[in-house]
Design a protein around this ligand. Structure first.
Ligand code: UDP
Length: 505
């Protein structure tokens, strides 16, 4: 679909080392290359190994795309060897070390950047890498940021930073999110960490993370513009609201739709731990629109108690299901429970369990799937939208409660399991945030209900899925926004003049 050649243009993409960030950035790289731009993705060795099959397929098909990597200073930053991605982190202290490692990458990144040919025209970097605008400044290049979130979240976060309405409230007191076109209530206990006071128990690590938060806000202020993985028709009023704050805003998603063939869908972000054909074969045996796909993202770390509640809810619901369980020691304990309790035996006819990495987009696109039980990470939320599916929403942390509000209250395509407060990562059992099996089952039943409300919800979801696909087709809103982004960068280069080199000053 290369619509025009811009081989003189060279975009450098630098994603954050977390699946929810590097997966959409690689989709973005393919998309830009499909528009004729030369693209270099820079990441770390283990992430590069996860992405290489996808990139190799793209280059073999003729796309001007390249993948480079820099050694990640895990050991020097106090991380275990091989800990290069947020999904490998096992404690809050390691989050802190990860931040140190990212800072240590600046110098080698700039050395590599200096050698790139053709000379980069712009950099699209994750805003959570807090030195990217400084690097952009050194190389006199526009730094465009990406943060992997919706316009709804961006607007809510901005308005709360400015108004501070939540600061004087108690944790559980509902309040209306300020400055939005819809009346939407949340509580302070549902807000992302960057908007909440630091709990004493998490000091001093969380203090350091708050400092990073301030640097990230400085990146937002200095950046030339922002690309968003969303599409105008999904959240037009929120996009317009955020555009008033950040006028160089390009909604170019849903990025997952740049994956057309089954292998690209199956290997997106990692090699799946199940053979994709076996998975599709199993789905083929199920009736259309009946299967629940349950996956709570790459970082959720549910406790064993919570996993047992989820499994029991899937069993109680009586629907067929695909249940994705993160690997690691918790999976072993869960295995033991499944066997001893008899869960495995009782559900094996109608349940497919994927332990490890699931080919999520491939599964969601299968006609047998009827609902997505999701933690409302933004990528998963959008992938559910693209598949035209209603959602069972179970936000856990970060901006996931905002995404839930968008799905349940604005788009009206989801039903909440009723989570009231964020779950602290790496925390052991906390019964205050435990979601009981009955609550999960109730939301599942409501979403799959054959009655008129369920049917209307399904219809809205299907229509949104159609709009998502139209947005990325030639002439669609996201397609046009990619063209506008490219034109903007070309104009920047012209304005700079032919004699301006891109070397660091
Ligand atoms: N994903 C996947 N297989 C898995 C788990 C996750 O392909 O087993 C992908 C999923 O499709 C999505 C990304 O990983 O693109 C997760 O991003 P999201 O923003 O939904 O959640 P996060 O993991 O960042 O909380």
């Amino acid at each position: 679909m290369t619509s025009q050649n811009h081989h003189q243009l060279h975009f450098v993409l630098f994603p954050l080392m977390a699946p929810g960030h590097f997966i959409p950035m690689v989709d973005m790289a393919k998309l830009l290359a499909q528009h004729g731009v030369t693209v270099t993705v820079i990441t770390t060795p283990l992430i590069a190994a996860r992405l290489r099959p996808t990139i190799n397929r793209a280059t073999a098909s003729g796309l001007p795309l390249r993948l480079l990597h820099l050694p990640f200073p895990s050991l020097a930053a106090g991380l275990p060897e091989g800990c290069e991605s947020f999904d490998a982190i096992t404690s809050l202290n390691q989050v802190n070390n990860f931040v140190v490692a990212i800072d240590m990458l600046q110098q080698p990144f700039e050395q590599l950047f200096q050698l790139l040919e053709p000379k980069p025209s712009c950099m699209i970097a994750d805003k959570h890498i807090p030195w990217v605008t400084e690097t952009g400044r050194k190389f006199r290049l526009p730094t465009i940021i990406f943060d992997g979130m919706s316009c709804f979240t961006l607007l809510c976060t901005h308005n709360l930073h400015v108004s501070k309405v939540h600061e004087s409230l108690s944790e559980s007191e509902p309040f209306v999110l300020p400055g939005l076109p819809d009346t939407i209530e949340v509580t302070k206990s549902q807000l992302p960490g960057i908007l909440r006071p630091v709990p004493e128990s998490l000091r001093p690590v969380s203090d350091n993370l708050q400092k990073v938060g301030a640097r990230v806000r400085a990146v937002e202020e200095e950046a030339y513009g922002m690309v968003v993985n969303s599409f105008e028709e999904l959240e037009p009023r929120y996009m317009n609201g955020f555009r008033k704050i950040n006028e160089r805003l390009w909604c170019i998603g849903p990025l997952s739709l740049s994956n057309k063939d089954n292998l690209d869908k199956a290997e997106r972000g990692n090699k799946a731990s199940i053979d994709e054909n076996q998975c599709l074969k199993w789905l083929d045996t199920q009736e259309s629109g009946t299967v629940i796909y349950a996956c709570l993202g790459t970082l959720s770390r549910l406790t064993l108690t919570q996993l047992v509640e989820l499994g029991s809810a899937l069993e109680l619901s009586k629907h067929p299901f695909v249940w994705v369980i993160e690997g690691g020691d918790k999976a072993e304990k869960l295995d033991k429970w499944m066997e001893e309790d008899g869960f495995e035996k009782r559900t094996k006819e109608r349940g497919l369990i994927i332990q490890g990495w699931a080919p999520q987009v491939l599964v969601l696109d299968h006609p047998a799937v009827g609902a997505f039980l999701t933690h409302c990470g933004w990528n998963s939320t959008l992938e559910g939208v693209c598949a035209g599916l209603p959602m069972i929403t179970w936000p856990l942390f970060a901006e996931q409660f905002f995404n839930e509000k968008l799905v349940v209250k604005v788009l009206e395509t989801g039903v909440s399991v009723g989570a009231q407060a964020v779950v602290n990562l790496f925390e052991e059992d906390n019964f205050a945030v435990l979601i009981k099996r009955e609550a999960i089952k109730k939301a599942v039943d409501e979403v799959l209900d054959a009655g008129i409300k369920g049917e209307e919800r399904r219809k809205r979801a299907r229509e949104l899925g159609e709009r998502a696909k139209r947005a990325v087709e030639k002439g669609g809103s996201s397609y046009l926004n990619v063209r506008l982004l490219i034109q903007d960068v070309m104009q920047q280069l012209k304005d700079k003049g032919p004699n301006e080199d891109h070397n660091s000053s």
